[in-house]
Design a protein around this ligand. Structure first.
Ligand code: FMN
Length: 325
């Protein structure tokens, strides 16, 4: 019932992508998502080439299904090395986040037969990525965890759908069958989720982050530049709130940089490698369990099917779009 054009494009059974997540979405999660018939996506942000090669090999040991690698266009050298590795190793799908990777990057991936899917926060970015030749876009609202823009999912998705002719996937604030069906009602042909996938048995989110997700309210996140310099939605920790307060109060740059360093270096008392800061989205307030990925996807689709029975026209309209494509 939910087999759409995005399933055919990416070779997956269900139209769900796991958004790449630095600090939450390691090899086990990626393989579990792909094995469940959706698309698992490896993060590369801040990582090295040898780690990427190790991760790709580890995913391939765990699944024969398609998976993706995410590129966050940063310094040119980093992006180009990552692209070259994806081409050399024949990665099936590359997703791009945060910024335009540039036409040359898109072309070299496409020439190698790799499907390219770009995350976009505004309509103009979607139009540009279509012109650069990507296969699909993820319209990601500012409810999402991670790097965000300022437009929320509900107004963003239909405006992107109207502006481009490639498939549109909805992201930002989707966590259950209701969000899934809503995305389809807006004209999307698939969804991408991050925060919801972090609260699963297979994610590598640390103990602190897992506890945050189980206790979270919808008001517990904040958008800050303190983490990476760009706007990131994450858990509103005392360190981030102190930085944001300082910014609002107009503290001088040197005092702000002390507060920023506190954000970037704070750790739990029990584990020096367990960073006490994490990107998370507003849908975290809905989460109160940690299922296996396969259970999460099965439950989501069952609930979406039940809701769709009440709205047969929605499912009908989307499947017409699929047959037309
Ligand atoms: C902890 C975390 C890390 C993320 N890291 C990345 C990343 O490295 N690259 C990227 O393109 N998106 C990243 N994202 C965004 C996700 O891929 C996804 O688009 C987003 O989480 C969707 O919104 P949701 O959290 O409301 O489901 C991250 C999100 C989270 C929560």
């Amino acid at each position: 019932m939910f087999h759409t054009v995005i399933c055919d494009l990416l070779g997956i059974d269900v139209p769900i992508l796991q958004g790449a997540m630095q600090g939450g979405g390691g090899v086990e999660l990626v393989a579990a998502v792909s094995n469940a018939g959706a698309l698992g996506v490896l993060p590369t942000f801040g990582g090295t080439d040898s780690k990427l090669r190790e991760d790709i090999a580890a995913v391939r040991q765990r699944t024969a299904k398609p998976f993706g690698v995410n590129i966050m266009p940063m310094g040119r050298g980093i992006t180009e090395r990552c692209v070259a590795t994806c081409v050399e190793l024949g990665v099936p799908v590359v997703t791009t986040g945060r910024a335009d990777p540039g036409e040359a990057v898109v072309r070299s991936l496409k020439d190698a037969g790799i499907k390219v899917v770009s995350v976009v926060p505004i309509v103009a970015h979607a139009v540009r990525m279509e012109a650069e030749g990507v296969d699909a876009v993820v319209a990601s609202g500012c409810e999402a965890g991670g790097h965000v823009g300022v437009i929320s999912t509900l107004p963003l998705v239909p405006q992107v759908v109207d502006a481009v002719s490639i498939p549109v996937i909805a992201a930002g604030g989707i966590g259950d069958g209701r969000g899934f069906v809503a995305a389809f009602a807006l004209g999307a042909v698939g969804v991408q989720m991050g925060t919801r996938f972090m609260a699963t048995a297979e994610s590598d989110l640390n103990a602190w982050g897992r506890a945050q997700l189980q206790d979270m309210k919808e008001t517990d996140t904040i958008v800050t530049r303190a983490m990476t310099g760009a706007t990131v939605r994450c858990v509103a920790t005392p360190e981030i709130e102190a930085y944001e307060r300082g910014l609002k109060d107009g503290l001088p740059e040197d005092e702000l940089s002390v507060l920023k360093r506190a954000v970037r270096t704070s750790r739990t008392p029990t584990d020096r490698n367990d960073r006490q800061q994490s990107a998370m989205g507003q849908i975290g307030g809905l989460i109160n369990d940690e299922p296996l990925v396969a259970e999460l996807i099965d439950n989501m689709l069952a609930s979406a099917a039940e809701i769709s029975l009440q709205f047969p026209l929605i499912a009908g309209a989307q499947s017409q779009k699929v047959s037309a494509a």
